[in-house]
Design a binder for this molecule. Structure first.
Ligand SMILES: Nc1ncnc2c1ncn2[C@@H]1O[C@H](COP(=O)(O)OP(=O)(O)OP(=O)(O)O)[C@@H](O)[C@H]1O
Length: 355
């Protein structure tokens, strides 16, 4: 069931179109991330859903109601920001109970709901502590319990984990997703961190310059990006200008940097395109089997894998090599690169080319 509808949502500040005609939907129980670089309009979108900022144009509908005339505090939303905004002079239990007290929930029910929320975030044992005596991850759980205890129709998260260090952040990603599933609460999260969006979401809304770029499952935005922007914003990608020469049921033929390549069948017309291939889809092969050859210029060790920068006639390629303990190729050596035609993505041209 479509639960949240953003329909042509627009917000302008003078000449700046912070959010530009954004249309997308969120299903009940779904976890959707708004992902994009700084300034792309994620926070403005969330603020409009929350009711803190009014749209310049377009509509927001939640559970069949148009939110235009409903003030923020009556929207029944749970909100967690990057800074936890806890009451420092109140214990964890008091912090979580606050929203229910404001709503004049009877004492017995309040106690039960606060206990349930604290159990859900695994903080039952710390209920009588003050936030200042807690770690960043624990405080973020308190903020989450406080948002969930009111049983919100919709949970809004704005960069909720960005104050945490890398390891805790990864732990909390899994934890937050578990809590969201358990509570069954429809959630919209703002993040600029692509790995976080991929790890946590049912669907990812990729934005750039106020505009929607793509809405898909994490798998699909990564595997089948529809634009150059999406292919390079999510993960690493080798992108080159190219010319699509022909395209039939056996696949496509592409020319790039003097190399003739084969790709999957696409709907583009022959002409300028951009091609993209992920570093982890490239193999090092024998000279005769290579699609393009080049010289290793850089070699960086990441623990689980090596990343090579290889200079070729098409341009520089990043090539990921799984670390299987084998000796690694030397800087300065010649390598031959190959990939399967179906691993090549053919995208709309970003630049005019004369390949
Ligand atoms: N109150 C405001 N007045 C004027 N311009 C604003 C205002 N709020 C946001 N903007 C502009 O709107 C655009 C989108 O801002 P927004 O904060 O939504 O981006 P964001 O994607 O959340 O970025 P970040 O990740 O850096 O928070 C930016 O160009 C920003 O400068």
């Amino acid at each position: 069931m479509t639960f949240l509808v953003l329909d042509g949502l627009t917000k302008t500040y003078g000449d700046v179109r912070a959010v530009d005609n954004l249309t997308c939907t969120v299903e009940k129980g779904e976890f959707v991330s708004l992902l994009g670089p700084s300034g792309c309009g994620k926070t403005t979108t969330l603020q409009m859903i929350a009711g803190f900022t009014s749209p310049t144009g377009g509509r927001i509908e939640l559970a069949g109601r148009d939110l235009a005339s409903i003030p923020a505090r009556q929207r029944g939303l749970g909100i967690v920001f990057q800074t936890y905004a806890l009451f420092m002079h109140m214990t964890v239990r008091e912090n979580v109970a606050f929203g229910l007290e404001m709503r004049k929930v009877p004492k017995a029910e309040l106690t039960r709901r606060v206990n349930d929320a604290l159990e859900m975030v695994h903080l039952g044992a710390l209920a009588d502590r003050y936030p200042r005596a807690m770690s960043g991850g624990q405080r973020q759980r308190v903020a989450l319990a406080r948002a969930l205890v009111i049983e919100p129709e919709l949970l809004l998260l704005d960069e909720p984990l960005s104050n945490l260090d890398a390891k805790l952040r990864e732990e909390m990603q899994l934890e937050l997703r578990r809590i969201q599933r358990e509570a069954g609460v429809t959630t919209v999260m703002v993040t600029h961190d692509q790995s976080e969006a991929l790890a946590m979401s049912d669907r990812v809304v990729v934005m750039d310059k106020g505009r929607l770029q793509q809405v898909d499952s994490p798998f699909d935005v990564y595997e089948t990006p529809r634009s150059s922007f999406v292919s390079t914003f999510l993960g690493k990608s080798n992108n080159f200008p190219a010319t699509l020469q022909s395209n039939d049921e056996t696949g496509s033929v592409i020319l790039s940097g003097g190399q003739t390549l084969r790709g999957p069948r696409v709907s583009h017309l022959p002409g300028p395109v951009e091609i993209a291939v992920r570093p982890e889809r490239i193999e090092l092969v024998d000279a005769g089997a290579g699609l393009v050859s080049g010289t290793v210029r850089e070699r960086i060790f990441f623990g689980a894998q090596w990343m090579l920068a290889v200079e070729t006639p098409m341009g520089e390629f990043l090539v990921a090599r799984r670390n299987a303990g084998a000796r690694e190729v030397e800087i300065g050596s010649t390598v031959h690169l190959a990939w399967a035609p179906h691993d090549l993505r053919i995208l709309p041209a970003e630049h005019e080319v004369s390949a």
